[in-house]
Design a protein around this ligand. Structure first.
Ligand SMILES: Cc1cc2nc3c(=O)[nH]c(=O)nc-3n(C[C@H](O)[C@H](O)[C@H](O)COP(=O)(O)OP(=O)(O)OC[C@H]3O[C@@H](n4cnc5c(N)ncnc54)[C@H](O)[C@@H]3O)c2cc1C
Length: 432
């Protein structure tokens, strides 16, 4: 355990990025307070899956996060599909074997598919930090610095709080990012990817009746022109998580609101050319649902920090969800920030800028690659990527190569390398 530090850290935002970072810092005896605008920690009732890099990062943050994940994690339900990430299916194919749509190709990973119900994962993770560490109902408006060099957070309830460092984990519309890059910089605002998604949870029994047990109980991606549907089991196999994506040329009506109310009939109309089994599945979603605009940080942030203010998670690199890796990268960020801040050479506020400069140097290009690659791979799933089209062999190759970049990493080594870089900076070998 590192000695108590002569500085304190404020985290703004209590989603996956903020919460995992708070747990990781607290467990390393780094004084930390988390400020969240909502009245409590909360996640939506949808699924999220984690790739092997994310699971490694959980362990670096805190073994308890990994255990929380294991407690709520649902894998493919068939032992023969243990290592399968997704079976990819041609949504228009009527080639069936034993009443199940044939697989076009399969993508595997050493951990297969790991789906968790977001709210359940969060409920488990929250148990790892003391209540008094979080302050709720605190919506950050802006940041100033007082005469003693303390950073002052101004919240919209009129209150203020101080810290030596502020880490913005405040999501895609991050206020902290705006503070760093300036409100008029193009990266201050997220960009519409011209895709939107319908999300639903379906009782597994009904899903099996629609598409058969093999498809419902194991992760599956149904590829179509300008659209795709993905499903994987969550809630220990009792529920099927479904996300149906659509590409559009139209703009999203209101960039302030990333969801709009939708109807199942709209979904059924947009996917009416899909095969009958998939249509049956879509009909199982409730009549009213939310439509999610897929925004990302398509205009890259030029830096992840300014002085002792830094951004992490979606605030730094919000991505479209097509690699299923955005949350995993949030946890990678938390692991690295925690390891850097815990370094024994980081003792006082004077070393904090070097920590954030190192984080920026080590994380920004990997994170930005994910944003770009996710857009590309989403188009591959929708048979519309340039030079790839509907050639399944090429699509498979693209997914394998890119998933490898995401998953075939050693997070402990990544953090160790970053610490070496930090020490070089601190010893004057690298400028800020
Ligand atoms: C449809 C979809 C599917 C996805 N599927 C996957 C997947 O399978 N696997 C995966 O790894 N990733 C997935 N992702 C990405 C993943 O959901 C995100 O990367 C991750 O949840 C971001 O976490 P975060 O903590 O950075 O941000 P958020 O979850 O957005 O949390 C930000 C927090 O900050 C708070 N906040 C915001 N502003 C302020 C303020 N001014 N003051 C105080 N608090 C504030 C918010 O209330 C919120 O609690 C998916 C995303 C989408 C849209």
């Amino acid at each position: 355990m590192s000695p108590v530090k002569d500085f304190d850290v404020a985290i703004v935002g209590g989603g996956i990025a903020g919460l995992t970072l708070a747990i990781a810092l607290n467990s390393r005896s780094i004084p930390v307070t988390l400020y969240e605008q909502a009245r409590s920690f909360g996640e939506i009732g949808a699924g999220v899956s984690f790739s092997p890099n994310a699971v490694q990062a959980m362990k670096v943050c805190h073994q308890g996060i990994y255990e929380a994940f294991e407690t709520v994690c649902t894998r493919n339900m068939w032992p023969s599909k243990e290592k399968v990430w997704f079976d990819y299916v041609d949504a228009y194919s009527d080639v069936m074997s034993n009443g199940v749509l044939d697989t076009a190709f399969t993508i595997s990973s050493n951990l297969g598919q790991n789906g968790v119900h977001r709210a359940h994962f969060l409920d488990e993770a929250v148990k790892l930090i003391p209540n008094q560490l979080a302050r709720f109902g605190k919506r950050l408006q802006n940041i100033s610095e007082d005469r003693n060099g303390r950073l002052v957070m101004h919240f919209d309830d009129g209150t203020v709080a101080e810290a030596d460092a502020i880490i913005g984990c405040d999501g895609i519309k991050s206020r902290v990012r705006q503070t760093i890059v300036g409100p008029d910089h193009p990266s201050a605002r997220p960009v519409y990817t011209h895709k939107y998604a319908f999300r639903g949870l379906i009782p597994m029994e009904d899903a099996c009746a629609a598409v058969g047990e093999e498809r419902a109980q194991n992760a599956c991606m149904y590829m179509g022109y300008d659209k795709h549907v993905l499903t994987f089991p969550v809630n220990h196999g009792k529920t099927l998580n479904l996300v149906a994506f659509r590409t559009t040329m139209e703009d999203w009506p209101d960039a302030q609101r990333l969801t709009r109310p939708g109807q199942r009939d709209e979904l059924l109309h947009e996917f009416e050319d899909y095969g009958p089994a998939i249509i049956k599945l879509l009909k199982l979603i409730g009549p009213k649902l939310d439509v999610w605009a897929i925004f990302d940080l398509g205009y890259p942030v030029p830096t992840l920090y300014k002085g002792r203010i830094c951004i992490s998670g979606d605030a730094a690199h919000a991505t479209s969800p097509h690699h299923g890796a955005g949350a995993g990268f949030c946890i990678e960020d938390s692991a690295m920030l925690a390891e850097l801040l815990a370094d024994e050479q980081v003792k006082s506020r004077h070393e904090l800028e070097a920590v954030f400069a190192t984080f920026d140097a080590e994380r920004r290009s990997r994170a930005q690659w994910l944003v770009d690659s996710s857009r590309w791979i989403g188009d591959c799933y929708e048979l519309r990527a340039e030079g790839i089209g509907n050639d399944f062999t090429k699509i498979e190759a693209e997914i394998k190569e890119r998933n490898g970049i995401i998953a075939n990493v050693n997070i402990e080594e990544m953090c160790a390398r970053a610490k070496d870089e930090l020490r070089k900076r601190l010893s004057g070998g690298r400028g800020l």
